[in-house]
Design a protein around this ligand. Structure first.
Ligand code: GLU
Length: 381
């Protein structure tokens, strides 16, 4: 196992549980947060991009509004989240700001990662923030999320974010220092497993042992998150955050469990794209576009000769050459009615044609799978 679990990652999603941020009285532990911010600053100095997924809004808000979370109704908790989220994100902004790092608040609902049309937007925004060297501080949009439509826990949200931005590392920080074969607090035989290459049903059984302090839902949701993330090409680390400078501890060989990704994020994304069965339209490309796509570039409107079918933004379309042969497949950044109008036009003209400043590309290279043999994008993956 590597001494530094974070060494190979370039883009890391770090999930922080409420228990790490707050003391028994639900007051923010600002010294702990200061240590975390210092760790993040060091990781960024070694050219790693960081996204934070943080819990704590409900806990902080219920303290501010003086309500008991366990005895409160949904709307009360949602009100608490609204009050708590401001303070939560301010605390991050302040801690990161001391290192000259800009924080940006992003609140997500499942539609933003599960519905393709919305996912293109959420991803576009997160990518822009990273491009601007900002650290996104993400939470679920608890104030409007309803019970039926929630991530429910931030482990899953963090895994979805990792998948969305094609992160290669996900770190779940909580009060548990890894995966055990049983509950180490009551079972002296329980063994810590440092490296996991496959998440089995048996592991879920171990995690879900009733009465287990480690496994009371906490480890199950972590395993579920690890399953989503590793499947999306993102290696997942479960480690304890209950120490000062938790990421420094991890980078210095601290105890953890590493769930190794099945693939790279790019290869996993392409596999997923290739597997989308419902194709809603067809784009016929000119020779220039075919050559550009073969080189791993995005499809620009100027390269489209014909738009066939009725599709919406985010739907899958096939990409064909002049002879009609299918060369690849991708997610459309524009609906068919708009694609027809911008077909063959330069990206700079889009605003004057459509009346709003849309995307420069018709199919982004991250949303494209090329079936041709000399696919550079696939080779990169
Ligand atoms: N989004 C919730 C909050 O900020 C936390 C959910 C979780 O703990 O996983 O309070």
């Amino acid at each position: 196992m590597p001494a530094n679990a974070l060494a190979d990652f370039r883009r890391i999603v770090i999930k922080i549980g409420s228990a790490l941020l707050l003391d028994q009285e639900r007051r923010l532990l600002s010294d702990w947060l200061a240590g975390l911010a210092e760790d993040i600053s060091i990781l960024r100095d070694s050219h790693k991009q960081i996204l934070i997924v943080t819990s704590g809004a409900v806990a902080i808000g219920s303290h501010i509004l003086n309500i008991q979370p366990r005895r409160s109704r949904l709307e009360e908790l949602q009100a608490a989240a609204a009050a708590g989220q401001v303070r939560l994100v301010n605390a991050y902004q302040e801690a990161l700001g001391r290192h000259g790092i800009i924080a940006a608040q992003v609140l997500l609902t499942p539609d933003d990662t599960e519905v393709r049309r919305r996912f293109l937007n959420a991803r576009g925004t997160l990518e822009k923030l990273l491009e601007h060297n900002v650290v996104p501080v993400i939470n679920e949009n608890d104030t409007v999320a309803t019970d039926e439509l929630r991530y429910g826990d931030n482990d899953r949200l963090a895994a979805r974010v990792a998948q969305l931005v094609m992160a290669d590392g996900l770190v779940l920080l909580s009060d548990v220092d890894g995966f055990y074969t049983g509950n180490p607090r009551i079972d002296p035989q329980a063994q810590h497993i440092p490296l996991i290459r496959e998440i089995t049903d048996e592991m879920f059984e171990m995690a879900g042992t009733p009465g287990s302090a480690v496994g009371s839902g906490g480890m199950t949701t972590k395993l579920q998150a690890a399953r989503i993330a590793t499947h999306a090409g993102c290696t997942t680390v479960i480690a304890s955050g209950a120490v000062e400078r938790p990421l420094h501890a991890l980078a210095s060989g601290g105890k953890c469990s590493i769930f190794v990704a099945e693939n790279t994020p790019a290869a996993a994304r392409k596999q997923w794209l290739a597997g989308i069965l419902e194709v809603r339209g067809e784009l016929r490309l000119d020779a220039g576009a075919v050559a550009a796509l073969r080189d791993g570039k995005s499809l620009l409107p100027v390269g489209m000769v014909e738009v066939i079918g009725n599709f919406r933004r985010g739907d899958a379309v096939t990409l064909v050459d002049a002879s009609g042969a299918e060369l690849g497949r991708g997610l459309a950044a524009y609906a068919s009615d708009e694609a027809v109008i911008i077909r063959g036009r330069q990206s700079e003209e889009i605003e004057s044609i459509l009346g709003y400043r849309g995307r420069a590309v018709m199919v982004h290279r991250d949303d494209l799978v090329w079936f041709g043999k000399d696919d550079k994008a696939l080779k990169k993956a």
